[in-house]
Write a protein that binds this ligand. Structure first.
Ligand code: UD1
Ligand code: MG
Length: 462
């Protein structure tokens, strides 16, 4: 089984950020988290992350990520205290891999779009060719900045020369080094100590190790976008665009209709059922699952939520919540912090629901706040109903039984329990529990005085 080294010790000066480059987010995950994901499929025996700049921060972030994601392997961090080049980074593994006699796959922590299948192919090529090293290459429309790879027939590797060390003629070669290699570790182990800093940057280059080994072949990646490295925020934004295109196409091929794909963003972990329609300006983030035949948007943000079949969410924000089948949400509703909406509900205009459970076929159609509430089935929440759940220190619960109705502008002062089939009169402030099958009125009685007039006509003051 293969070992993997991910080079993540560099600062990433061109990002102009105090955050280490490899921790910059690209959608829901950071650059290096994506690299960690991409190697899970080959089931590596050991995975080393070479850290240096802000090592503690990178270590902490990746330890948390590994705990949360169940990657199937554990990460071993190796510190490169001085960043003397990519070859120097790999040299840090010499003490770690003593006696190891299989392949070492080397990946850059800032190349986040690589597909797991490409890594698998690189490994297969390496094995079937009986190579000492196999190097991933690409033909780039603009190869500026990358190391150039020179090959003979049948992809037989001849040399890599860094852009800055190339002659103008050599720079014409569009075949570039992706910075991703598969090595036979016992062979690499022998040449690593012999690397020199005899180059324009006075660094130890891993590419020199490739130059010293044989046999070596190069493998071109089919889709050159996979090997884009991120060095600045322009490249970061481009990479996001590439990821989005991939995700939108995947969903459209799986039977999801995107009305205006370019205006929609969807994190890669999101799943969407067939025949769902995603309207313009809709954003699906994080750990979100959408059922079939839904209509989402226009103008909605749904994050870390589970949406059942046949649900409509229009111009609304839904986070950390669930909506069961055939419910309609919006326009302009806000569901957050575990708002769990039952089936066939209607959560309408300007309604906020926070940490509440709403039973099937319950409606809150206009202008309401439901917080820390549990509503049973078939409740009707009148316009302007508020659960007053906060006494300034603590949050308190509201319970409403099946079939109950609150009149317009009701305030339910929690903690409070309203029984089944209760009617709350409009404009009531309810501070005491209400028994089942009753009417509760909690408001000043209206007084109308027939024939009442002002005592004297008002005078204008000066
Ligand atoms: C490298 C390759 C180049 C290739 C390009 C692809 C070398 C000498 N050149 O160049 O041929 O075309 O990648 O993107 O390898 N890092 C460390 N420790 C160090 C230096 C770098 O961990 O001492 C890490 C960086 O954090 C980064 C990766 O190695 O993740 C690559 O380093 P970078 O300086 O970006 O290499 P390039 O100049 O892009
Ligand atoms: Mg460099």
């Amino acid at each position: 089984m293969v070992a993997v080294a991910i080079l993540a010790a560099g600062r990433g000066t061109r990002m102009k950020s105090s955050l280490p480059k490899v921790l910059h987010p690209l959608g829901a995950k950071s650059l290096v988290e994506r690299v960690l994901d991409s190697v899970a499929e080959i089931q590596p025996r050991r995975v080393f992350v070479i850290v240096g700049y802000e090592a503690d921060r990178v270590r902490e972030a990746l330890t948390a990520y590994a705990a949360q994601e169940n990657l199937g392997y554990s990460i071993e961090f190796v510190e490169q205290t001085e960043q003397l080049g990519t070859g120097h980074a790999v040299q840090q593994l010499l003490p770690q891999l003593q006696g190891f006699d299989e392949e070492l796959l080397v990946l850059n922590g800032d190349v986040p779009l690589l597909r797991p299948s490409t890594i698998g192919q690189l490994l297969d090529t390496h094995r079937s060719r009986g190579n000492s090293a196999t190097i991933l290459t690409a033909q780039l429309p603009d190869p500026t900045g990358y190391g150039r790879v020179f090959c003979g027939d049948h992809d037989q590797f001849e040399s890599i020369i860094e852009h800055r060390d190339c002659t103008p003629e050599q720079r014409q070669n569009a075949r570039i080094n992706a910075g991703i290699y598969c090595f036979d570790w016992p062979k690499l182990e022998q040449v690593l100590p012999t690397l020199t800093t005899n180059n324009d940057q006075a660094e130890y280059y891993i590419t020199d190790a490739v130059n010293y080994l044989s046999p070596v072949t190069a493998m071109d990646v089919a889709d050159y976008q996979e090997i884009f490295g991120i060095n600045d925020r322009v490249q970061l934004a481009n990479a996001y665009g590439i990821l989005q295109t991939r995700k939108r196409e995947e969903l459209m091929r799986a039977g999801v209709l995107l009305i205006d794909p370019a205006s929609v963003t969807i994190d890669d972990g999101v799943t969407v059922g067939e025949e769902t329609v995603i309207e313009p300006q809709t954003h699906l983030r994080g750990n979100t699952t959408i059922g079939e035949n839904c209509r989402l948007g226009p103008g909605s943000l749904i994050e870390n939520s589970t949406i059942g079949d046949g649900v409509t969410v229009m111009y609304s924000v839904v986070s950390d919540s669930t909506i069961a089948k055939d419910s309609r949400v919006g326009p302009f509703a806000h569901l957050r912090g575990h708002a769990d909406i039952g089936a066939g509900c209607r959560i309408g205009n300007f309604v906020e629901v926070k940490q509440s459970t709403i039973g099937d076929r319950t409606n809150a159609a206009h202008l309401a706040y439901l917080g820390n509430a549990t509503l049973a089935e078939r409740v009707n929440i009148g316009a302007g109903t508020i659960t007053a759940n906060y006494d300034g220190v603590h949050k308190h619960p509201t319970m409403i039984g099946a079939g109950s109705k609150t009149g317009a502008n009701s305030v339910l002062v929690a903690p409070i329990t309203i029984g089944e089939n209760v009617t709350i009169a409009a404009g009531s402030t309810i501070t005491k529990d209400v028994e089942a099958d009753s009417l509760a009125i909690g408001r000043a009685r209206q007084v109308s005085r027939k024939g009442w007039k002002l005592k004297s006509a008002p005078t204008t003051s000066d």
